[in-house]
Design a protein around this ligand. Sequence first.
Ligand SMILES: Nc1nc2c(ncn2[C@@H]2O[C@H](COP(=O)(O)OP(=O)(O)OP(=O)(O)O)[C@@H](O)[C@H]2O)c(=O)[nH]1
Ligand SMILES: [Mg+2]
Length: 201
Amino acid sequence: MDLNGFDHPGRPGGGGPRSVKVMIAGGFGTGKTTMVRSVSDIKPLTTEETLTQASADVDHLIGVADKTETTVSLDFGKIGLNDSLMLYLFGTPGQERFWFLWNGLFKGALGAVVLVDTRRLASSFRAIEEMERQNVPFVVALNVFPDSKNYPVEEIRDALDIPEDIPVVACDARDRASSRDVLVALIHHLKDRSAAALESR
Ligand SMILES: Nc1nc2c(ncn2[C@@H]2O[C@H](COP(=O)(O)OP(=O)(O)OP(=O)(O)O)[C@@H](O)[C@H]2O)c(=O)[nH]1
Ligand SMILES: [Mg+2]
């Protein structure tokens, strides 16, 4: 795959794939764990606990009523996009009570995927704010559920209040190829940003 130079080994002395830490973020129940599971080359580490009835009110289960588990710490997986680029994937917890973990989790991350469920757009507002606050470049991935409406991308962009240059792509987080395409879109976005930064020097 041609990632336009982003995938060249960056370590002094070369050799071995370049490793990049990528966050899989987004609101509660948007499909973060599903994406890490579907795309990882290794059996992912997940930290899921049973969703208790007590949290049903605060977790806004509309659209994900059959959800039984939630991430309490992180998901971890990895995927080699080609011989020279290895992505280490860190899925964040979605429940508000675990958001305090986000600060530490983002350390050293080069970029992020923010998963969005268009039936519950607001659940991902906080994740987008956090990317901006922590200055982490990101792409938005719309995880399409059977009853998701097909909104024009511009409407989604307006609703999420994100600028033109942030890619918005649709995906099915359960599908490996689709999830992989999202990661490739992120790498292209990172490459475009670093090229633009070099030009403006
Ligand atoms: N139909 C459909 N269902 C999905 C898709 N992605 C995830 N699901 C289901 O939606 C639910 C939520 O998925 P999770 O992967 O647990 O979501 P999460 O973002 O990790 O959730 P938290 O860790 O609790 O924030 C699960 O029941 C999945 O089986 C999808 O693309 N399509
Ligand atoms: Mg999860």
